[in-house]
Ligand binder design. Structure first.
Ligand code: TRP
Ligand code: ZN
Length: 885
């Protein structure tokens, strides 16, 4: 815990390190009540910082210093200065060796940063600044060193001892202990260090690289999970092949290991050669993991593997450059998932997520550019903006340069910067140099926060056969108060004729038409593009594939949207037209509710969805996506003042109408797909995911009709399916239904069956936390008393508290403020246990500007109460203070 007010640090203050570390030699002695860490650092003055020998300031936190040596001399306390955050030494030559011994306490580390225990195993999480809780070090990513690590522990409790790189020796020690030594020949920053010790089993496989050499692949898990590793292993091999084929990148060590741990703050971590994963992102088999979980495992395995090049071989100079590795790697994993599954469905899911959550972040008090220019606590900047918007920025580079130009750029980037710690500017420079283009204006995407708006208007000159589109950029206010300059916005578009066919595109200054879908770069605040050679006024299809992370508006009427839903050659835009139609219809219902009028639903929405549902030629996953109305969180995001109750009532009314009016078609498609599920064993493939997604959305609609046959079908599916996707959907449908007896029975049966599987119990908590039935808070409080719940496990916190505050909007935003009070109490409690998790759970309260005055006052009141609650971690302090500023 801090003692003074935490200070912001600024990108503009960056300076290269005074000293470098060439070699790091670590020895860990693990005991039950403490751990000893001996470090030998082979160091030298950084030639880039000139001459002279300034003080050497090593980072260190929560370390008990036992001894320190400079070269061969043991220092006395007069020779160094030690405080809560650092150890200062005074080198006497340009090259020297520092030896330290410290004592640390992983057994009581609940922050899950540094070295800690997850159950009975030791593991580490060093990104971003966790290594300083292990030993005194230059804990910054531009200090890169080779590492040798020896781990010594009791043989019986910790038969498996792992660290980065290659194993170079092992053997028995004294008193029932043993040791293992690992050597990582690749220079890396300390945030990529990892250590694991435990009683683990592993599945092993071999991957043969394009160049012919074999790599050993191992996934380590607790023994009871050994049967849930196959999907992750298959995903890993697919990722390795894909990176060779698409980016020309091979793996570089002889062994690649993944370890699954139950207590983990995030999804996974790309430590060199030894990725450590939240078990939720590794373990998957039909009976216990949903289709969504299978896809997440595939994506996270790929993401962490891809970091070996985008992050590890080429790393970040400083933490302001985080998106250099994260934005790029999210883009890489998204493309991988698109290639492995349905490209259009993947894009729809990612865009829906971005628009709901990243746009909200960009409009809130923590809004920041993809490359932030200041922070108080770097852990708070592992955000949707750095990750997802960062990925969109890389995607726009590819859209502007084309796939081939982009590959030339990435080749140059990896070749030029291998072994270096670099900046986002270096990435763009490589793209520019490889393609002979100037991306100066484009780089504003890295420095300007907030989601740009792009208003589009049209004009038709029938006599000349000319159609023009005028684009106007505008920018929201952001907390930095800065004025914005125009972005480069790649707009992919097409023009449709009256039959729905794409027209050839010929701009006013072009002699012939080329293409029917083109990328226009909007670079000015206001800019008009004129198309010629047209015989009738076309209908534009704009921002195909969501070619830029902007809020585009065009005055479509509902008939035009229905037309685009059916005819647009771009699958993403067919879905998008349906979303826009739904938004228009839902906003009309919301207004009716607010005026106290009876609901009157535009029948065109039902008609449009009925057409989609009847189309057997469409990918069932697309049908499922198109049937999904925009979520309450998205409707909140696009509201000026979000009326939680009206949004919920309107959306539920629309869903019920859809269910009632499309009941026969929903039944037909439910039954056909359920029959197939019954006849075929579970397969984790795109085709099967698609079928189950349609089956399950149909079932959730059907339950709204109150038809007793649906209850019977739900119970049949719940009891007789062979996989978690069908079982959990049936359970969720029951939990949200009025059938209280059946609901209680199903919940109990499920918990009894899966009580020993923590990941399945997370699903059980989530389903109940998300139920919008009245009394949500009381249910959540009761569930916190369940023996399977603990605040010390981040997955449990996310499953219950996160799902309640983030997805159960009507209950969380109860007008009496009870939801807010509950969350604030929890944040105060979590602040002392795990600051990173506490700070993340705060997000819903930071959105207070979206709500009515009464709720705003209640939310701010709770933020103020947190601020006054005593000694806050820098994590929570930053979010609360910025939210109130
Ligand atoms: N670099 C990790 C990733 O793949 C992120 C991460 C994992 C992380 N654990 C963390 C970030 C703990 C901060 C704190 O995206
Ligand atoms: Zn990452």
């Amino acid at each position: 815990m801090r003692t003074e007010q935490p200070q912001a640090i600024y990108l503009k203050d960056y300076q290269a390190p005074e000293y470098l570390i060439d070699e790091t030699h670590l020895t860990f002695e693990l005991f039950e009540d403490h751990t000893l860490v001996h470090a030998q650092l082979v160091m030298r003055r950084n030639p880039a910082r000139g001459t002279g020998l300034p003080a050497l300031v090593l980072d260190g936190q929560q370390l008990e210093l036992l001894s320190v040596q400079l070269d061969d001399q043991t220092l006395s306390s007069a020779d160094y200065q030690c405080d809560d955050n650092s150890l200062t030494l005074h080198p006497r030559g340009e090259q020297f060796t520092v030896d330290t011994s410290v004592r640390i306490h992983p057994e009581s580390n609940t922050a899950l940063e540094g070295l800690y225990k997850s159950g009975s195993m030791f593991c580490t999480q060093c990104e971003a600044e966790g290594f300083r809780k292990i030993t005194y070090y230059l804990d910054r990513p531009d200090v890169m060193s080779t590492f040798t690590t020896t781990v010594i522990a009791e043989q019986h409790r910790y038969p498996v001892l792992l660290s980065n790189g290659n194993p170079v020796g092992s053997g028995p020690g004294e008193d029932g202990r043993h040791w293992a030594t690992w050597e990582d020949p690749f220079k890396k920053p300390a945030y990529l260090f990892a250590l694991v010790a435990g009683d683990l089993w592993c599945v092993e496989d071999v991957f043969t690289r394009q160049s012919g050499r074999d790599v050993t692949l191992r996934i380590y898990v607790e023994p009871e999970n050994i049967d849930k590793c196959q999907h992750a292993m298959v995903s890993l091999k697919k990722s390795m092949r894909w990176d060779e084929e698409v980016y020309g990148r091979e793996y570089d060590l002889d062994i690649f290991m993944i370890v699954a741990v139950n207590d983990f703050n995030m999804g996974a971590m790309e430590n060199k050669g030894l990725n450590i994963f939240n078990s939720s992102c590794v373990l998957a088999r039909a009976e216990t993991a949903t289709d969504a979980a299978h896809q997440r495992v595939e994506a996270v395995v790929a993401h962490e593997y891809f970091h070996n090049w985008s992050g590890n071989r080429v790393t970040c100079r400083d933490w302001f450059q985080l998106s250099l590795k994260e934005g790029f790697t999210v883009f890489r994993d998204a493309e991988f998932s698109a290639d492995m599954n349905s490209r259009t469905v993947k894009r729809i899911e990612d865009v829906a997520y971005l628009r709901t959550h990243q746009f909200a972040e960009d409009a809130g008090p923590m809004a920041h550019p993809v490359r932030p220019d200041s922070f108080i606590e770097i852990s708070n900047f592992y955000t949707l903006t750095v990750y997802e918007k960062g990925s969109e920025v890389v995607r726009m580079v590819r859209t502007l340069l084309g796939a081939e130009g982009f590959r030339k750029g990435s080749d140059l980037y990896f070749e030029r910067h291998d072994g270096q710690a670099v900046t986002c500017d270096d990435f763009i420079q490589a793209m520019e140099d490889a393609n002979g283009v100037d991306l100066t204006q484009f780089k504003r995407w890295y420095v300007q926060a907030g989601t740009p708006r792009l208003a589009v208007s049209e004009a038709w000159d029938a006599a000349a056969g000319r159609y023009s589109l005028t684009f106007r950029q505008s920018y929201p206010q952001t907390p930095d108060g800065r004025d914005k300059l125009p972005f480069v916005i790649p707009v992919e578009l097409g023009l449709l004729d009256a039959e729905g066919q794409d027209l050839p595109l010929q701009l006013a200054d072009e002699t012939t038409a080329h293409g029917t879908s083109r990328v226009l770069a909007v670079t000015e605040a206001e800019q008009t593009f004129v198309f010629q050679g047209l015989t009738a006024k076309p209908l534009p299809s704009l921002l195909r594939g969501f070619s830029a992370p902007v809020k585009l508006s065009f005055p479509y009427d509902r008939d035009q949207l229905m037309f685009l839903m059916q005819h647009d050659s771009d699958g993403f835009n067919r879905w998008e037209a349906g979303q826009q139609l739904s938004v228009q219809v839902l906003q009309e219902l919301i207004a009716q509710h607010q005026r106290g009028e009876a609901f009157n639903l535009d029948p065109r929405l039902i008609q449009a969805l009925g057409t989609v549902l009847a189309d057997e030629t469409l990918d069932p996953a697309m049908v499922a996506e198109m049937l999904s109305l925009p979520g309450e969180a998205y409707l909140t995001e696009i509201s000026q003042v979000a009326d939680v109750d009206a949004i919920h009532a309107a959306r539920e009314f629309a869903r019920t109408q859809i269910a009632e009016q499309l009941q026969p078609r929903l039944w037909a498609r439910y039954q056909a797909n359920r029959a197939q599920s019954r006849e075929t064993a579970y397969v984790a493939s795109a085709e099967h995911f698609a079928r189950r997604s349609l089956q399950n959305i149909a079932l959730s609609y059907l339950m709204l009709t109150g038809n007793p046959d649906v209850l019977a079908a739900t119970l049949e599916q719940f009891e007789h399916c062979d996989n978690m996707t069908e079982r959990l959907t049936a359970l969720a449908v029951l939990v949200n239904s009025p059938f209280t007896a059946e609901r209680a029975k199903a919940l109990e049966a499920f918990a009894e069956h899966f009580k020993d599987n923590p990941l399945v119990m997370d699903q059980w908590f989530s389903v109940q936390a998300g139920s919008t039935q009245p009394g949500g808070l009381a249910r959540v409080k009761a569930l916190m008393q369940h023996p399977a719940f603990t605040l010390k496990n981040p997955n449990k916190v996310r499953a219950l508290i996160g799902a309640f505050a983030g997805q159960n909007l009507v209950n969380f935003h109860a007008a009496d403020g009870s939801g807010y009070r509950f969350l604030a109490d929890l944040v105060i409690e979590l602040n002392a246990l795990n600051p990173q998790i506490a700070s993340r759970q705060l997000a819903p309260l930071t959105r207070w500007r979206k709500y009515d005055d009464a709720r705003q006052a209640l939310m701010k009141g709770e933020l103020e109460r947190i601020l006054a609650s005593g000694s806050l971690s820098s994590d929570v302090y930053e979010v609360v203070s910025k939210s109130l500023a």
